[in-house]
Ligand binder design. Sequence first.
Ligand SMILES: *Cc1c(COP(=O)(O)O)cnc(C)c1O
Length: 389
Amino acid sequence: MSGENQKFATRCIHAGQSPDPTTGAIMTPIYQTSTYVQTSPGEFIENYDYSRSANPTRTALEANVASLEGGRHGIAFASGVASLAACIHLLKSGDHVLLCDDVYGGTFRMFNNVFAQLGIEFSRVDMTDLDATRAAMTDKTKLVWLETPTNPTLKIVDIEAVAQIAHDGGALCVADNTFASPYLQNPLALGADIVSHSCTKYLGGHSDLVGGILVTADADLADKLHYVQNAVGAVPAPMDCFLLLRSTKTLHVRMERHCENAERIAEWLTGRKGINKVIYPGLDNHPQHKIATRQMRGFGGMITMTLDGGLPASRRFLESLQVFSLAESLGGVESLVEHPAIMTHASVDADKRAALGIDDGLVRLSCGIEDADDLIADIEQALDAANAV
Ligand SMILES: *Cc1c(COP(=O)(O)O)cnc(C)c1O
């Protein structure tokens, strides 16, 4: 196990892991086992009794990501939305949850179509407006769920201010840190009670697994979440935990390049013919650029832009890209592009999409870690194709 005083890059590689005591294997083994031998009824060799409750590969992953987020306890799940569901299982019927308005589509769907039926109430508010956020709190609000940067419009929510509003109202604050990753932003240090990740994105980083994790510094909350993890049972497989441990070893190096590439591309796109608007938290003209500078160490790999010419132009642009792949998801080493109105946000009502600024010309880029020159050349030829008609 590694020390709390070590720097981020060292913790990426070492936190939660030590050579296997039986063989010296430097990498944490994939403990592909469902159960563990007991020496006498109820007496375990290492506190492991059954792999839904705990598994050593998972334990290493949980300690690793907990360290990267500056928390004490990691609780891993089979997907990002399973992590979310575990937080909601802390609540009871009649409780109210306040969500940011452009929350991840799957998060909204879970509240709207699954938990609402169980009597968990929710409402949405633009959390870049702190007065509106304060006003949206009710005496039943038990959880405030924020995301920053948001998806796909990359709004930046002031984590410290929103956590304070939650706490003033006696609610917990959960921050979905998927878009930033722990390398760029640590919500616990800014007052959030729980950090949530879809490991499918930057933590995994290679588009080869689906996973989720929660991190908290609060032992009591951790006990409750561990209880839900075991009782509800959406646990990740040992193989996926192993792949994630392998991924987090390069998180710091990958994130540096994601940010570098996105910064260059965002600047290159600004003012280009055929492009109406470029949204990137690192640009001076981003409405919350100052907050981003304060609470993030870099501005991330995601860029959203609007093409002149609406759907026909964006369709031609997306069909013409060759290095960027047209696909949902984000955060992998390879560059991806998607069309929110047709793809990730199709389930959001058209008028709600319009209110959020998700129009038919809007395109979301997940800048990978290829050579930035090649990415820019690819965008240039696709823009030419889009503008040619
Ligand atoms: C992808 C994503 C999720 C859901 O995670 P899954 O791993 O797909 O279940 C939650 N929040 C955000 C911000 C995401 O991008």
